[in-house]
Design a protein. Structure first.
Length: 339
């Protein structure tokens, strides 16, 4: 199979689309299409309608994508270099303290070399991810990306919209200190405020209380938000309205800050899939679009493992560096890979 896309819901339902794909600017009325784009939304036709669409299970995955007994990949990881990231951290923190920006998310990418095996084999782990995660993948002949994310950008059905703020990170077992951590709460509430402001243009916003989301070895603050839409909205219009949220981007989300964010992403060689929207629209018109974090990408034999952290006024380098490592370790655990 030359090209395919996969999307798995937290309830276990999953779809796999085989290429060639027909590319569209808007979601097709009949559904059955994937949303695939990069972080900068540079594809003007991101809705991909597959030549063949399969409803799949963990058991049927291997035969559908012809894994034919291929092995789990063995990867030699290179130790991530601190200098570029440290420079980005210092510059961003300076901007935050000068009140020119409120928050920005730099990304560190650990790279490795594929020694043996097939990265597509990791889709078995994606299909069996915890029940509060969405699985995603887009694979071409010599590259691709895959993962399982805890972060929903939005779900729409008829005139209802659901989304979440997912920001603030800790290790399980450290909940008591985390619940009162001013920096982590601030980072989370910035995202809530942004989403509320953006969504109020579409209808009345309801917010659930801040709670904890534990998934794949990490704990996050999560706040669920819902909107009763005044009118039905094309999911293609919602993506640029919400993406990138301050959970993966910056605040304010103006042209100056976004240009600076893109500059940091280029300097730090962040893969385009990381933090990008990825989704699927069902036949009944229910659209699910998630934020592609907690994953890996590959091109030929080069493997990328990105992780990001939110820089706000209370950020300290050592704390953020540790958080980046925790997030990458969580991905390796999730995919049953070993560093």
């Amino acid at each position: 199979m030359m090209e395919f896309a996969l999307f798995r819901l937290p309830d276990g339902r999953a779809w796999l689309g085989e290429g060639p794909f027909t590319a569209l600017a808007a979601a097709p009325a009949g559904g059955g299409a994937f949303y695939v784009n990069d972080f900068d939304l540079s594809d003007p036709q991101p809705w991909k309608v597959p030549a063949k669409l399969h409803s799949i299970t963990p058991e049927s995955l291997g035969s559908t994508i012809h894994l034919n007994g291929s092995q789990t990949p063995q990867i030699n990881w290179a130790k991530p270099a601190t200098e570029w990231f440290k420079m980005a951290f210092r510059r961003i923190r300076r901007e935050v303290l000068a009140k020119r920006i409120e928050k920005m998310v730099p990304v560190l990418t650990e790279t490795g070399t594929l020694v043996s095996g097939d990265p597509r084999r990791l889709l078995q782990a994606v299909m069996q991810a915890p029940a509060n995660m969405w699985g995603y993948a887009h694979v071409t002949e010599n590259g691709g990306f895959l993962g399982a994310t805890p972060e929903l950008l939005f779900k729409t059905h008829d005139q209802s919209l659901e989304t979440m703020a997912l920001a603030g990170t800790a290790k399980p077992g450290h909940q008591d200190a985390f619940l009162t951590d001013v920096k982590e709460i601030e980072e989370h509430e910035i995202v809530v405020r942004y989403l509320t402001e953006q969504l109020q243009t579409l209808g009345a916003v309801t917010r659930q209380p801040r709670s904890l989301c534990e998934t794949a070895g990490l704990v996050h603050f999560q706040s669920s938000l819902s909107v009763k839409l005044r009118e039905k909205v094309d999911p293609a219009q919602l993506v640029p309205l919400l993406h990138p949220t301050p959970a993966v981007g910056c605040l304010p989300r103006d042209d100056t800050a976004l240009a600076k964010l893109r500059e940091y992403r280029q300097q730090l060689k962040v893969p385009g899939f990381f933090g990008a929207p990825f989704g699927f629209i069902e036949n009944d018109g229910t659209a699910h679009v998630v934020v592609a974090i907690r994953g890996i990408g590959w091109q030929g034999d080069t493997i990328s493992l990105p992780s990001g952290c939110g820089i706000v006024g209370g950020s300290a380098f050592d704390h953020e560096w540790r958080e980046l490592r925790l997030k990458r370790e969580a991905v390796l655990r999730l995919l049953a890979l070993h560093s």
